[in-house]
Design a protein around this ligand. Structure first.
Ligand code: G4P
Length: 294
């Protein structure tokens, strides 16, 4: 389902999350390991405030492991705990309860010193559409409790899902909006399937992807589509279009008149990217921490 975000929606979504945050100890911020910055909500720091937060780099199975490590180091340098996970098969998910408790150690110690029995940590999963919130809730619950798909604004009674003895999870995640204002972020979100293809032209998305891949993963591109002369830099859209055309010819994406069907060629490229056929790729690198702190 496509969500049309507009300012009223964003204000309402923010308020809904803030209401849920009042109920929990720790926020689990789910992001896409292939586009860690573009898949973050631009106001996340303001929304989560001082609530302890664990950043979960999901879909790590599809991301470049070296870059996932670089992003994890970046977020840790900014003071956040991180875990790289694959919610689909469960890699890393078992570590979430212990990490969550670590984040609320001070609170637990206070409870113990007052003679109280520490209760399980209470957490809320927050993230943009399609990042894997429902998949993770179901994985942590060990059964299907979350409906996949996004229905912002649909409210029902809050329920706690017990996941072992250490963690309780709110059954409805907090749905955040992605970074619409930055056009490159938009292309990355469309490339990974976080926003629907109709929102941006698929061939423009493919050209952006080709520019990134030529510079960062040129060998993969050369090998997959038989492009031995691919340059490292595709300096403009025209040069990217030429590569898309070469891919289209190789893959038989032709119109009746024998011309390349760019949309079809773009579809081939993006399907290969999303399904991991181009290997494990990350489409953006972390800024240096000193840039961020300026
Ligand atoms: P949401 O609640 O945040 O909107 O996301 P949801 O759980 O519905 O997941 C969106 C898509 O992402 C699903 O794919 C899901 O299988 C996939 N996904 C979630 N976590 C991971 C992960 O760690 N790795 C990979 N590779 N995929 C993940 P889908 O195409 O909608 O459905 P399907 O492929 O399961 O049929």
């Amino acid at each position: 389902m496509t969500i049309q975000w507009f300012p009223g929606h964003m204000t309402r979504a923010k308020r809904q999350i803030e209401d849920k945050l009042k109920l929990i100890d720790v926020a689990l911020e789910l992001i896409d390991a292939r586009i860690p910055q573009s898949s973050r909500n631009p106001m996340i720091d303001e929304i989560v405030g001082t609530k302890p937060r664990l950043i979960l780099l999901n879909k790590a199975d599809l991301a470049d492991p070296e870059r996932t490590a670089a992003w994890s180091a970046y977020f840790r340098a900014l003071g956040h705990e991180t875990l790289a996970i694959d919610a689909n098969v469960g890699t890393g998910v078992k570590e979430i309860p212990a990490k969550t408790r670590e984040l609320m150690r001070a609170k637990i110690e206070r409870q113990i010193s007052k003679g109280m029995n520490p209760r399980p940590a209470r957490a809320l999963i927050v993230g943009i559409p399609n990042v894997g919130k429902s998949t993770l809730i179901n994985r942590l619950a060990g059964r299907n409790v979350a409906a996949t798909g996004d229905r912002p604004g649909v409210t029902k009674g809050q329920q706690w899902i017990r996941t072992g003895s250490e963690l309780e999870l709110l059954d409805t995640p907090g749905i955040l909006w992605p970074k619409f204002e930055d056009p490159e972020a938009g292309y990355r979100l469309a490339a990974t399937g976080a926003i629907k293809e109709e929102v941006l032209h698929i061939d423009e998305v493919a050209c952006f992807v080709l520019q990134v891949l030529a510079a960062e993963y040129g060998d993969t591109l050369k090998e997959r589509y038989g492009l031995p002369d691919l340059p490292d830099v595709l300096p403009d859209i025209q040069s990217a279009v030429e590569v898309l055309e070469a891919i289209g010819r190789r893959r038989g994406c032709l119109t009746g008149g024998g011309h390349v069907d760019y949309e079809k060629a773009a579809g081939v490229l993006l399907r290969d990217l999303r399904s991991g056929k181009l290997g494990r790729l990350t489409l953006e690198m972390p800024p240096t921490v000193s840039d961020k702190l300026k």
